[in-house]
Design a binder for this molecule. Structure first.
Ligand code: NAD
Length: 353
């Protein structure tokens, strides 16, 4: 057993079908009495239902959440929360909505209750992000760590199958990188392996029947584990590459994670043998990178950068950006290595560890 340091993050988790009914009690438990309900425009109806359920505890709905939290969106939301004298935020949605709640909390210190409806994992992390002039800056601050998270699988029934798959693979990516993280520890590794297993077993059932509530529950359990490991240990090459491709080339967040994961795993395979063994066990596959690629294919997910809108002529520049600043990765990150990785990913060739 290697030496390790484990920092457990404080967060109350309420999990189960129908648990949204407990939201009012959870709000009162935190001593809050006037909470602003946040959503994207697309999930406004869901947010209105939540606000109605809260009755006098609600300060109304603010439905302007946008992907990657543009600074202007954050500033308008902070001003709105101030005008309404909100003493807390309820984020009903995916990473974009939870990201907006975090921007408000970062500025004002009000507590967050998160009600995630995707599998992205932001609800379990103290990581915030803010985009100014197209450049996304991220940081860690315990002020933005949600105090309570309600995981109700009934809310994800409406997440279309294709989005469920890529969001689920985004969660798998957190688990894969947690297994070879610099701060990896036995508890987090156990959660990461179990997270991959829950996703690999649950996602095919969602593709078969998006209304399978047992499968929704199993996958949301995987998402909880994935969010927990993301909040607890640092990420590496895969997340750096996805950040670059999403931020500088405007590719869709969860789809990029889905496509890149098998290739980043292959890149790191020789340098992280224990992690590869855990991935193989979780997938019940002979090869970690190949197994992730096969899982993507079987789920009907995109498997090439070309399929999600990347231009071949941008590959060199992407490799340049992703290898320009040093960061931890189990295998040394070289420009040539990343060009090869991106070329394989562009073409959608099956990688092998
Ligand atoms: P998202 O929140 O942008 O949601 C995608 C779309 O799906 C939105 O239009 C949303 O309204 C819709 N949607 C969500 N749930 C739905 C449901 N149940 N039914 C129908 N439609 C639904 O996407 P995401 O992938 O959850 O989040 C991505 C963002 O989160 C990115 O900006 C990413 O950087 C950030 N993120 C942050 C962290 C962190 O720790 N800070 C972690 C993961 C992701």
């Amino acid at each position: 057993m290697k030496n390790f340091v484990y920092n457990a993050l404080p967060c109350r988790v309420v999990f189960g079908a129908g648990m949204l009914a407990q939201l009012g009690e959870e709000v009162e438990r935190l001593g809050l009495s006037n909470v602003l309900v946040l959503s994207t425009p697309g999930q406004c109806a869901m947010a209105e239902r939540v606000s109605a359920q809260l009755g006098g505890l609600s300060a109304g709905v603010y439905d302007q959440a946008k992907m990657h939290v543009p600074r202007e969106t954050a500033e308008a939301a902070v001003a709105h929360a101030g005008n309404e004298n909100a003493d807390g935020c309820i984020a009903v949605g995916g990473g974009s909505t939870i990201g907006l709640a975090k921007a408000i909390a970062l500025e004002t210190g009000v507590p967050i209750v998160a009600v995630p409806t995707t599998y992205a994992g932001s609800e379990m992390t103290p990581i915030w992000g803010l985009t100014t002039d197209g450049v996304k800056k991220t940081g860690r601050d315990m002020k933005v760590m949600p105090r309570t998270v309600i995981y109700d699988p009934e809310l994800s029934l409406s997440l279309p199958s294709e989005l469920s798959v890529v969001s689920g693979m985004n969660a798998v990516a957190h688990c894969v990188e947690a297994l070879y993280a610099q701060e990896a520890n036995p508890v987090i590794s156990m959660m990461a392996e179990e997270g991959i297993r829950a996703m690999a077993q649950g996602l095919p059932r969602i593709v078969k029947n998006p209304e399978d509530s047992e499968a929704r529950s199993d996958v949301l359990y995987g998402a909880w584990l994935a969010g927990t490991v993301l909040g607890s240990v640092g990420m590496a090459l895969h997340h750096k590459l996805c950040h670059t491709l999403g931020g500088s080339f405007n590719l869709p967040h969860a789809q990029v994670h889905t496509v890149i994961l098998p290739y980043a795993t292959a890149y790191n395979s020789d340098a992280a043998p224990e992690a590869m063994e855990a991935i193989k066990r979780a997938l019940d596959a002979k090869d970690a990178a190949g197994g992730l690629f096969d899982l993507n294919k079987s789920l009907g997910a995109p498997v090439s950068l070309e399929a999600i809108g990347m231009q071949e002529s941008d590959l060199e520049q992407a490799a340049e950006i992703a290898s320009s600043n040093p960061y931890f990765n189990p295998r040394k990150v070289t420009r040539e290595g990343i060009v090869d990785l991106l070329r394989c990913a562009y073409e959608g060739r099956r990688p092998e560890s």
